[in-house]
Design a binder for this molecule. Structure first.
Ligand SMILES: [Zn+2]
Length: 81
């Protein structure tokens, strides 16, 4: 899937960027009195704040966009190919 760009390197103006989202996912299990363990749900992202790092392929600048907590904050609306 392709997305509309929202980011540009502020140092050299390049659009060739690598965007990495590092966030903690966790899974919840519940163990009952009978000792059986049930998976409660899928991975929760909940209130955990991810970190998005951007690296410019042209000049090598790396930065963390302000106000960005997850990858979806830097993606524009999806473009259908
Ligand atoms: Zn750059």
């Amino acid at each position: 899937m392709r997305f509309k760009r929202r980011l540009r390197c502020s140092q050299c103006g390049s659009l060739r960027l690598e965007i990495v989202e590092a966030s903690e996912a966790y899974t919840v299990f519940q163990q009952g009195e009978d000792g059986d363990i049930e998976r409660e749900g899928n991975n929760h992202h909940g209130g955990i704040t991810g970190i998005v790092n951007v690296k410019c392929h042209t000049c090598g600048r790396e930065w963390t966009p302000r106000g960005v907590r997850q990858i979806t904050d830097v993606l524009g609306y999806p473009e259908t190919p």
